[in-house]
Design a protein around this ligand. Structure first.
Ligand code: TYD
Length: 136
């Protein structure tokens, strides 16, 4: 399984401000087929709480900050994202939750596949048995 990791994206800063970009297969480990963004998250609310079977994602705090909990079959690591030029790459097979959103937070997600509800595992018990099954 590919490993999750932080990805540093290019930054061009000058007196007019800053610009960051990401090109598929150059800065990102997959071709982007879909983008979505999460914002106006009320204090205390969590997002995600699911795993993907095939879809790869990159999460970027394009504004504000939030935390991402990465859980690989019970092995947990937490990342704090708060920079528009740093992405967190999440390959499939990882149970992921986002929380602690700042008031102004915008979480941009770049995804490798179009939206498909069948790609989601939304039950944690199902996730654990799916990845413990030697044929899957
Ligand atoms: P949901 O999966 O609950 O968001 P989260 O990332 O917090 O788990 O998605 C909310 C709704 O939006 C759900 O009904 C599915 C829909 N949706 C799409 O139609 N297309 C998309 O690309 C995404 C990410 C969600």
């Amino acid at each position: 399984m590919a490993n999750f990791r932080l990805i540093n994206l290019p930054v061009f800063s000058d007196p007019r401000g800053s610009l960051t970009f990401a090109e598929a297969n150059k800065h990102l480990p997959f071709a982007v087929k879909r983008a979505y963004w999460i914002y106006e998250v009320p204090e205390g609310q969590m997002r995600g709480d699911h795993a993907h079977k095939e879809c790869h994602e990159i999460l970027i705090a394009v504004n504000g900050s939030f935390e991402v909990e990465i859980n690989i079959r019970g092995d947990i690591e937490v990342f704090s994202l708060n920079k528009p030029h740093i992405g967190l790459y999440i390959p499939p097979g990882i149970w992921t939750k986002e929380g602690n959103f700042s008031q102004n937070a915008v979480c941009l997600v770049l995804a490798s596949h179009p939206y498909n509800e069948n790609d989601y595992i939304r039950s944690y018990q199902e996730y654990l048995s799916f990845y413990n099954d030697p044929i899957s």
